[in-house]
Design a protein around this ligand. Structure first.
Ligand code: GDP
Ligand code: MG
Length: 439
């Protein structure tokens, strides 16, 4: 959804990058283009104005970090401010100390409430909760059916009482949840084509009766700036706690995601990216910012790494790196882990500044297998202490792995450089991050 914006901003930064130092007028020119790019992406005018003012001020006022070029500094500032604009924290559901937690989904007709009630239920179920879906949209029998269908897909119980007063349904559902041990209750309410008094009255009545822990507004990203206006209106009339932005998979310009928090003061907590129940994730401001800036989905990469690496593995590895005892046995383990993350190409594509360029890149997937074969052909002792690998051993390893002695030499050389590098890093860096974040 942010492809266009990302391209435009990249273009602006590229122009900056080609120079050594930035003058005030460079910053001014760049900011003019940043403003245009954001406006074209459907970010609200006032938000753009404030954003550009903030960024310009910081660009001019702040000292350039010695580790960055002035242009990189601008990118960093824009990145920081984009994150701040969308909310610095990864917002979570407000879980009460005493269950059940009631989440009331509301929004206009067709925004994606029913679909996302089920997606959210599935997501929370995976987190260890026992959600209950409640059919409060009683105006069409088909709406109740739809919830039953998606509820079944999600493997979540659906509570329905047919077409009776939704206030009664929601209070009955609360009792049911308590009786049957559901710790989360998700109310799928009715929507209308436009915001009107009747809709708000009904929602207000449900709100007053069940006192939801979280009123979550579902807005359709495809409606662009209107999504932000809807959020503002719902918040003023009903009071909302958070926003769920649906249909981010559409080729919308996506700028609405940038404006929601600034305009309503309410964070986006989740995003939907398709009709399938799994096309759903928590909203990560920092990830969105790096996607907008074309910095690659580094965090996704980190998460993938976490998913294949267990906590104890990660801790062991960190310890080894800190003690400088990382050897070829560990390298072999690491190669196997990386393999589990997917093809080399898919991993590289997630690195900053790579993205789609990987398509034209000549990535040698076989290189992996060759290295693995060479290490496997070494004895445990050789892997632990590569310095003992003499010419005779090299020949044996080459023969055993179907490679040449030069290949073995190259691997040993690369490994030595890697060890050097790890020493310089003080055994920290990314791997430490894996260990800390691993579950
Ligand atoms: P409700 O009226 O607010 O309950 O909206 P629904 O959940 O019934 O969704 C309306 C339509 O939008 C349905 O056809 C859904 O399949 C579709 N839809 C919902 N969420 C998404 C999404 O994230 N991406 C896409 N592409 N379609 C969606
Ligand atoms: Mg619905």
């Amino acid at each position: 959804a942010f492809e266009g914006l990302s391209e435009k901003l990249n273009h602006v930064f590229k122009k900056l990058k080609s120079r050594g130092k930035l003058s005030e007028s460079d910053v001014k020119d760049a900011m003019r283009e940043v403003r245009m790019a954001l406006l074209e992406a459907d970010v609200s005018y006032k938000v753009v104005k404030d954003f550009v003012a903030k960024v310009s001020q910081r660009c001019v006022g702040e000292e350039v970090l010695s580790s960055l070029t002035p242009a990189q500094q601008v990118v960093k500032i824009v990145n920081d401010e984009l994150i701040a604009l969308m909310g610095n924290d990864n917002a979570r559901i407000n879980m009460p100390s005493k269950p059940p937690c009631v989440i009331m989904m509301c929004g206009l007709q067709g925004s994606g409430k029913t679909t996302h009630a089920a997606k959210l239920a599935k997501y929370l179920k995976r987190e260890g909760h026992r959600p209950l879906l409640v059919a409060c949209d009683i105006y069409r029998p088909a709406a109740i059916n739809q919830l039953m269908v998606v509820g079944e897909k999600a493997g979540v119980k659906v509570f329905e009482m047919g077409q009776i007063d939704p206030v009664v349904i929601s209070t009955q559902a609360m009792r049911y949840a308590k009786d049957y041990g559901h710790d989360v209750v998700i109310l799928d309410t009715a929507g209308r084509l436009h915001i009107d008094e009747k809709l708000m009255d009904e929602l207000k009545q449900i709100k007053a009766k069940v006192e939801p822990n979280e009123i979550m507004l579902v807005v359709d990203a495809m409606t662009g700036q209107d999504a932000v206006n809807v959020a503002k209106a719902f918040d003023e009339a009903l009071g909302i706690d958070s926003v769920l932005m649906s249909k981010l998979d559409s080729d919308t310009r996506g700028g609405a995601a940038l404006s929601v928090l600034a305009v309503t003061g309410k964070p986006i907590k989740f995003v939907g990216m398709g009709e399938k129940l799994d096309e759903f994730e928590r909203f990560h401001p920092e990830r969105m910012a790096s996607r907008i800036l074309g910095m690659g989905d580094v965090l996704t990469l980190v998460e993938k790494a976490e998913a294949v690496m267990s906590k104890s593995d990660a801790e062991k590895l960190t310890k080894k790196l800190q003690e400088h005892s990382f050897d070829m046995n560990d390298l072999l383990d690491q190669l196997k882990q990386i393999r589990k993350m997917g093809s080399l190409k898919s991993i590289i594509s997630m690195l900053p500044g790579v993205g789609d360029k990987v398509k034209d890149m000549d990535v040698d997937e076989k290189q992996f297998s060759r290295i693995e074969a060479m290490i496997t052909s070494m004895t445990k002792k050789e892997r632990a202490k590569p310095s003992i690998i003499n010419p005779q051993r090299k020949r044996r390893i080459a023969a055993g792995s179907g490679t040449k002695v030069e290949d073995v030499n190259r691997l040993l050389k690369q490994f030595e450089q890697m060890q050097q590098f790890m020493k310089q890093m003080g055994g920290g860096g990314k791997t430490k991050m894996f260990a800390r974040r691993a579950r």
